[in-house]
Design a binder for this molecule. Structure first.
Ligand SMILES: [Ca+2]
Ligand SMILES: [Ca+2]
Length: 297
């Protein structure tokens, strides 16, 4: 059975020669090339074995880079990865239930296959999805260092030690003028990156009544302009924690980046604490240790 070549549009593998060589280097093919005592045929067989393993590793890496891979590739279908030293490399993903897309938490078995001049080898390993959560990039989001790192508008910043939801103090904007948006602004120019989804978490409350809180994330100097808004309605007087997700920052360069947290109405004291900005959780595939299996072609 020869591997079934898939239509190029089905899976766009951004495969670079550099990446391929890097992965194959990890698998040890480079050192094998020095084994000159081997007969050509034996060398070819060993190369095919290592290249098959490399194909599986490369397959996992390529799938991880494509967030929608579960719906863009077919279960148990071979995809070509390219040719290295005359060997053709392929990979496929197999879900035991036959459906890659029905459950993102399903493990899949990744197969790598290499066909050299005189040998074809196939090897597989189990790949488990793992959620990766970014680290906080915002400084002093808990106001434990006072107002350091923050700029405020339309209100007087006052540190409040009475009942902070995190740490020893929160921050309230008091003496708010009517019909103005009280704002807490953080410069995140040096910590945010392009092509990244972020999420912002915060504790928020008003001293009285209810109101909405608007959070904007702006990349200044980008073209086209990039500003995203998220609104939290009905914030009350009890501390509540919210998580807001922002879409990818895109590829346009920017000169500065700003997070603005604003109370849009009323004059009640507006209080914040525990503000965290981090990369939104992403899912990646991780090869399970000890799960490699030689497959019979
Ligand atoms: Ca499934
Ligand atoms: Ca705090």
């Amino acid at each position: 059975m020869s591997p079934r070549a898939q239509h190029a549009g089905a899976l766009v593998f951004a495969l670079s020669v550099t990446m391929l060589v890097m992965v194959i280097g990890v698998a040890g093919v480079v050192s094998l090339r020095a084994a000159t005592a081997q007969s050509v045929r034996t060398d070819d067989t060993i190369s095919a074995t290592y290249l098959a393993r490399s194909a599986a590793v490369l397959g996992v890496q390529l799938l991880t880079e494509q967030s929608a891979w579960r719906s863009t590739i077919s279960n148990d279908a071979w995809y070509g990865l390219g040719t290295v030293n005359g060997a053709k490399l392929y990979m496929k993903a197999v879900d035991d239930d036959g459906d890659l897309a029905d459950d993102e938490s399903d493990s899949v078995r990744i197969y790598g296959r290499a066909a050299t001049r005189d040998a074809t080898r196939m090897i597989s390993a189990l790949a488990r999805p793992e959620t990766v959560t970014g680290s906080n990039v915002l400084s002093n989001g808990g106001f434990e260092s006072g107002t350091s790192g923050w700029i405020f508008a339309n209100g007087t910043p006052v540190l409040d030690t009475s009942a902070p939801p995190e740490g020893l103090q929160s921050l309230c904007l008091t003496d708010r003028p009517a019909l103005s948006m009280a704002q807490a602004v953080a410069d995140v120019s040096s910590v945010v990156e392009n092509n990244t989804e972020y999420e912002l978490e915060l504790w928020v409350r008003f001293a009285s009544g209810t109101g909405s809180v608007d959070v904007s994330f702006q990349l200044a100097g980008s073209s086209p302009a990039w500003t995203q808004y998220q609104s939290i309605p009905d914030v009350g007087t009890t501390w509540a924690r919210y998580t807001l997700t922002f879409p990818s920052t895109g590829s346009s360069s920017f000169t500065s980046a700003w997070i603005t947290i604003a109370a849009s109405s009323g004059t009640a004291d507006f209080c914040l604490d525990g503000i965290v900005l981090r990369e939104a959780p992403t899912s990646r595939l991780v090869l399970a240790a000890g799960s490699w299996r030689r497959e019979i072609d």
